[in-house]
Design a protein around this ligand. Sequence first.
Ligand SMILES: C[S@@+](CC[C@H](N)C(=O)[O-])C[C@H]1O[C@@H](n2cnc3c(N)ncnc32)[C@H](O)[C@@H]1O
Length: 237
Amino acid sequence: MKKVQRHYDEVAEVYDRHYANDRGRVYYDHVCDLVLEDLPAGGMLLDLGCGTGLFMVRYLASGGDAVGLDISRGMIARARQRCPACTVSVGTAEQIPFRDAAFDAVASILAFSYLQRPEAMLAESFRVLKPGGTIAVCTLGRNVLTVLVPVIYRIGEKVRIRRVGMADFGEHYYGDDEIAALFASIGFEDIRVRRCSFAHQDLHEAMFSLARKVEPFVEQRLPRLAYNICVSAKKPD
Ligand SMILES: C[S@@+](CC[C@H](N)C(=O)[O-])C[C@H]1O[C@@H](n2cnc3c(N)ncnc32)[C@H](O)[C@@H]1O
């Protein structure tokens, strides 16, 4: 079993608490709102790395239907409870168990960086999207701050800090040109890359408030300091 799969199986019961306090909610809503902006409302969505279904219920609220796939059995069990109207299954985003052209949209929230074969996930997404369908991904971006994160996580593991997502999974932090080139290599078009997130939920309250205030400025004027990266693109008609 992969390390990332084992980790999310272990934290599945407590994962939602991670986003349950004010800071977590603000952080997560911000990411979801940006991804939702890029997706067609009311379509059939495939959420890759759907976790406990937090994004799928948001998509349903916007009038669509959602199918979720996640490598962690524990996370899928929670998603099933949260979203009885969604169809969810255990599996890897690198080999999607659905027929060609089945979906209007594919989304992936904070999971893409874990993939060992991201090009396989994108090729599979391309296959299951209808012509003209949309893909929207939000994941970890590379910048001067995030280059330090794997080092911090490795130290955290050594001193046995156990928190959601905090471990060294060999996750990849993407640069803007790098991720755009990856999407283009699969055949996606109308590729749009944006940076988001400066206020991280794990910041101390006072630091979070300050970071939240300057977040719009950072995202627009100093995007390289924002540490998530959101990409949207279309499968040609
Ligand atoms: C940080 S969580 C995000 C979950 C969810 N998207 C959300 O927004 O709350 C990352 C998720 O990616 C899943 N994951 C990691 N590698 C995966 C893979 N190869 N295929 C499918 N899911 C994967 C993990 O099991 C975990 O549920």
